[in-house]
Design a protein around this ligand. Sequence first.
Ligand SMILES: Cc1cc2nc3c(=O)[nH]c(=O)nc-3n(C[C@H](O)[C@H](O)[C@H](O)COP(=O)(O)OP(=O)(O)OC[C@H]3O[C@@H](n4cnc5c(N)ncnc54)[C@H](O)[C@@H]3O)c2cc1C
Length: 516
Amino acid sequence: MIKHIVIVGGGTAGWLTAGILAAELAGGAESSVRITLIESPDVAAIGVGEGTWPTMRTTLMKIGLSETEFIRECGTSFKQGSKFVGWKTGAENDAYYHPFTPPLGSAGVNIAAAWKKGFGELPFADAVCLQSQISELGLAPKQITAAEYAGSLNYGYHLDAGKFSGLLQRHCVSKLGVVHILEHVSQIKSTDVGDIESLLMSGGRKVAGDLFIDCTGSSCLLLGQHMGVPFVDQSAHSINDSAIAIQVPYADEDSAIASSTIATAQSAGWTWDIGLSTRRGVGYVYSSSHINHDDAEKELRQHIAKSVGVDKAEELAARRIPIKAGHRAKFWQNNCVAVGMAAGFIEPLEASALALVELSANMIRDELPVSRDALPIVEKRFNKVFSYRWERIIEFLKLHYVLSERRDTEYWRDVTSPNSVPEGLQELLDLWTYREPYYNDMLHCEEIFPAASYEYVLFGMGFKQSSERAVRKSDGIAGGIAMIENNLRSVDRYAKVLLSNRELIKRINTHGLQRI
Ligand SMILES: Cc1cc2nc3c(=O)[nH]c(=O)nc-3n(C[C@H](O)[C@H](O)[C@H](O)COP(=O)(O)OP(=O)(O)OC[C@H]3O[C@@H](n4cnc5c(N)ncnc54)[C@H](O)[C@@H]3O)c2cc1C
């Protein structure tokens, strides 16, 4: 019987997984499982990861966390998507949005065809969705009267990763019954058939379990080091291998908070700019084969200087973080499954890492069998699903580069090289040269990046089809045009009632949101 789940690792992946599992499976009933989380006092969590997807709202709601408390305690602000600056040509006005709200339309309306027919001079995102314009105005996605986790527009969060892990830890231990052990795992003991039987702590304590979840970050202690599941290097498709992070204070407590992550193309990679309520998190993700670490830091400080001045930018502390692009050959073996950085990591463009943690923990929760006899079939299905998801992530991130017209540095020449395009992405690009993306171009019903996301990036980057397919009745062009007209009329209406990101957070800090 599976009665005890042991999670190793107390970073965001470990605590999110603990919360998701405990909220559903623990609770002291006859059928419930015990959940223990072991965290090393000697190995710090990575402490970055400041952008989430809208999925985090459902996750936190299910865990039972109050959104008000989460906003007050984690430096949280509302994220409505990503703004990509300088990726197409690097010219002054080169920018597009990938908002969280999908384009208008449905299976019966080809909204991209309607946009091209009547509104091609407008940015795609502005025509088919309100959110890019609302975000550009620095407005919030909801009103103060909206209940917790409800929004007028789809939203995720910007948050302080360290504070978030702390909040999750307190909630999991005090409300969900998770047992927290602060000790370093120094030895792993297996059975004859290769299952993990128990873990030995540095202090001599032994912890046995039925299912072990490896959330030990990039060291991948259980699944990688102990069980020998190999790492699949993906640097051929994702060449950025380094990051530098700098925390930037606001000028004062009324400074505007950006409503989207701003990803700006640089000479050998890109910078993120994430507006929390308490500070900005700014960083440079780059390829060390194309720029050395010191020059990258210099370029990052020059970028920050544009908003805070040269003197301020020079005095801020910088932190360097290595990135190893890739993932495990499989994610589940016997009674051990890896989640978070232990499973893999690709550069943080589109901030998909925490979403993958949520999806992994959700699948473990939903598929967890009562007894260990059924683990092989769950292992097989989990590996199939997550191998597929990693492939899709690698392809979608690569899409941001391959459409670029930039050739101004060796980095941009290398990163746009046709040889670096994954086969699956090339197949989609070939398909879309003769027609617009369609919702069922993706094979799964729960795609990590649906066709809508591809449309935002493709058309944002100015993708041109080589031949125009004749308009069909099923494209619903007239309906699509009416939807776009209505959308454009709605922007002012929304702008009048939505507060700025900063003002809404201030009001939540004072009054709180209505609990559901
Ligand atoms: C530059 C950068 C930017 C990022 N931005 C984003 C973003 O915007 N959005 C997003 O979703 N993700 C982002 N990520 C990814 C995100 O940071 C991680 O997915 C997330 O923090 C989860 O990390 P983790 O918990 O898997 O690993 P870690 O935070 O590394 O935690 C590992 C844990 O394992 C424990 N441990 C290790 N060894 C032992 C041992 N022997 N015994 C006991 N415990 C042990 C450690 O103590 C620690 O608690 C970013 C990553 C990087 C590098």
